[in-house]
Design a protein around this ligand. Structure first.
Ligand SMILES: [Zn+2]
Length: 721
């Protein structure tokens, strides 16, 4: 690699980037081809041991027969001339697959627990003692379903929004409710500075329901289902007709098919918030406090008060639905509710993907069952691909080594803080506390909770419906437990494949993405390569740490909260130092083949503060290593110190395949800083090095050379020049 990248014809004291990133070999394949990260499907189907549960889920999901639609299976088995007469028997169903036998078992249990009037004889009598003698109430049943059969009661779906280069930029969430009103909790960010909060979601209906209610096939399906689950032949027709009539009413109210964050906003863009007291005044068909508390009671500390605020969509439709529910008899509302829950669940999860013209509507991407199942894994285990990428690519030793390096760097940065003669003792104390408290996350995406572990242990390759129910309950449960906590954007916004690391000032935490560890010189992070190269190449660690102390990060304390701990004289000095960097970057030129290149436009300074301070902090950390660890590269005359600067520059040279892909150095020199202030790579090497006398010393650069301009020409916010 050294031979491939180093260009000895270039003066390292003039353009170190060009010295370490030969223009001669540019555009050709490097000696270490970048390891390809496995494709999603391969990872999911053949996961490492720890992730067997995803495979089990995939197997269970693809067991649904794709030769018949679920409706066709029911239609066949309730035919009166079949072995079971109008009832589906186990034998009849087994022909189509075990999954249908299981399905029927679950449905029977569900109809029993919700007391579906259409299939329950003596319904009034059977339910008279329910809910402490209140009898059947829709909110009593709805609370129980949300808690214990979540996906029958509601459904939330997360969509990943990607930009043109396939990078995640945001996630949106849509809510669906199969009960008249469901208190749901957002899992992703809806607003700036977001928390997990309660959204009241009225029943959502598929846009095709209007057409279905007049389609004879739909009524036939309903009658078949009712018959096969024990509906009395004499009442089934009437019950089915009545359910259809009520569904027509739902269509008339014009209920949406799903609700997104947008639907909870007023025309002025503000979220529509109501207190529970206000909500009850508008929609008085629900005992709101006891209903919400019952639905969320897996978190016993949830306390709903009249003053509790919730978000609501279009209030006029909520009112109309409330009026409709109020006018229904209890038996009618029970028939409607249980049917809607059942049919939506069947539609959302039992869709075979085999027919385009069937009554069902496929909420999943993909037209084959296999595609649907892969899509479901994405939705149910949102960190699945990330988890697998991590497990395949970062071993425990690497994680441990990175963490040790990080801890050493923390200590070094504390020394750097102490060395700042312009900071007062109290300011230094706050800064050091922050450095000490900074957290690092290397490939830890899977929720490390008991609940998640239990969930993964429950996944069974032969019980798809059981799996789905467990997943839904787990998801709702974990959201209920996070109620009022901030939404963690690390959880969902970043692809592990990205060649980067990030610092989150609101959490005082940096996260190292697998792509970075992995993309390291294209060979993966290897703690056996010479320490100089390794530390230089892993300069990102220092860079991200100093983001905590750049012109934005410095406003936040060790807990990630805004805290102004600086004296005004210190702020003046800080700004002066920052301004020095800004002007220096604007004036720093690089020559190539007789032409000068520079970046005249000012750019935000945070990235440069991080590069300069971080570069030096990593160097000082490296320097403290025992001499015995500072190996050199056989066959080259570089000292270990020189290898540090080479490693640093190699990182920029090879980043994201730049040296392989970009044929002409001028193309890079003509680039401009990104909107967040990242300068093109040659500046991120040369300007930084020109500020660090440690570099000039390692390469014995003559005083006055471009990268050894003398002390007066140097700028630093955090470094100690
Ligand atoms: Zn940065």
């Amino acid at each position: 690699m050294m031979e491939h990248l180093v260009d000895f014809a270039v003066d390292p004291c003039d353009d170190f980037y060009a010295f370490s990133c030969s223009a001669k070999t540019r555009g050709t394949k490097g000696p270490f081809p970048r390891k390809v990260i496995d494709e999603k499907e391969v990872l999911l189907k053949f996961p490492p041991k720890k992730f067997e549960y995803m495979k089990k889920f995939y197997i269970s999901c693809t067991k649904i027969n794709t030769g018949f639609t679920t409706e066709e299976v029911f239609e066949k088995c309730v035919e009166a001339d079949g072995p079971g007469g109008e009832k589906c028997t186990k034998e009849e169903l087994e022909e189509y697959g075990d999954i249908y036998v299981q399905m029927v078992g679950y449905i029977q249990q569900f109809f029993k627990e919700t007391a579906f009037p259409a299939v329950t004889s003596d319904w009034e009598e059977a339910t008279k003692d329910w809910f402490g003698g209140a009898g059947w109430t829709w909110y009593g049943v709805a609370a129980k379903v949300l808690k214990d059969y979540f996906y029958l009661g509601a459904f939330t779906q997360i969509q990943i929004v990607k930009n043109r280069s396939n990078k995640k930029i945001s996630q949106t969430e849509t809510f669906k409710s199969n009960v008249f009103f469901a208190p749901l909790i957002n899992s992703v960010k809806m607003k700036n500075e977001d928390f997990h909060e309660i959204y009241i979601v009225p029943m959502t209906i598929p846009s095709r329901l209007g057409r279905l209610t007049s389609d004879p096939g739909y009524k036939e399906l309903m009658v078949n289902v009712l018959k096969s689950f024990g509906g009395n032949a004499s009442t089934v027709e009437a019950d089915a007709s009545r359910i259809l009539e009520m569904e027509k009413q739902l269509v008339e109210i014009d209920l949406p098919s799903s609700l997104s964050g947008q639907d909870f906003k007023e025309a002025n863009g503000e979220f529509r918030e109501l207190t529970i007291r206000e909500l009850a005044t508008s929609v008085p068909v629900v005992p709101w406090i006891s209903y919400i508390e019952a639905a969320l009671d897996h978190n016993p500390s949830v306390k709903i008060r009249p003053s509790t605020r919730v978000y609501v969509p279009d209030i006029s439709k909520m009112k109309a639905l409330g009026r409709m529910v109020k006018d229904l008899s209890v038996r009618d509302s029970a028939n409607l509710l249980v049917w809607r829950m059942f049919i939506k669940f069947a539609n959302d999860f039992l869709n075979t993907g085999s027919e385009s013209g069937d009554l069902q509507e496929n909420p999943w991407q993909g037209s084959t069952r296999k595609e649907i199942c892969l899509n479901q894994i994405d939705a149910f285990f949102p960190y699945a691909y990330d988890d697998l990428t991590i497990a395949e690519n970062i071993d425990e030793k690497t994680t441990k080594d990175i963490k040790t390096m990080f801890q050493n760097l923390q200590k070094e940065f504390e020394n750097i803080i102490d060395a700042q003669d312009w900071m007062s003792r109290p300011t230094k104390k706050n800064a050091k506390d922050k450095a000490k408290a900074m957290k690092i996350n290397v490939g830890e995406r899977t929720p490390n909770t008991r609940e998640y572990k239990q969930l993964s242990e429950k996944m069974a390759s032969n019980n798809y419906i059981g799996n789905i129910l467990e997943i839904g309950n787990y998801q709702f449960d974990s959201l209920v437990k996070k109620l009022e906590e901030p939404v963690n954007i690390i959880d969902y916004l970043y692809d592990e494949q990205v060649w980067n690391a990030l610092y989150f000032r609101s959490r005082n935490e940096m996260i190292i993405l697998t792509g970075l560890v992995h993309g390291f010189f294209g060979i993966g992070l290897d703690f056996d390569i010479p320490a100089g190269l390794l530390y230089g190449g892993f300069r990102t660690l220092g860079h991200e740490m100093v983001h905590g102390f750049d012109n934005n990060g410095r406003h936040f304390d060790m807990d990630g909260l805004r805290f102004d701990w600086w004296k005004s004289s210190e702020v003046t000095e800080y700004n002066k130092r920052t301004q020095c960097l800004v002007e220096q970057y604007q004036n720093f030129s690089i020559s190539y083949e007789g032409e000068d290149y520079s970046q005249r436009n000012a750019a935000p300074a945070g990235e440069n503060i991080a590069d300069n301070g971080g570069g030096m902090a990593v160097y000082e950390t490296y320097k403290r290593l025992p001499e015995a660890e500072k190996h050199c590269v056989p066959g080259f005359n570089f000292t270990s110190d020189q290898l540090f600067w080479l490693g640093y520059s190699f990182y920029w040279c090879t980043h994201s395949g730049s040296h392989e892909d970009i044929k002409d150095y001028r193309h890079i020199l003509r680039g401009s800083p990104s909107s967040s202030g990242h300068f093109p790579a040659p500046w991120r090497v040369n300007t930084v090095f020109s500020n660090l006398p440690q570099f000039a010393e390692a390469f014995q650069c003559l005083q006055g050379s471009r990268l050894n301009p003398g002390q007066e020409e140097r700028c630093a916010v955090w470094s100690v020049p």
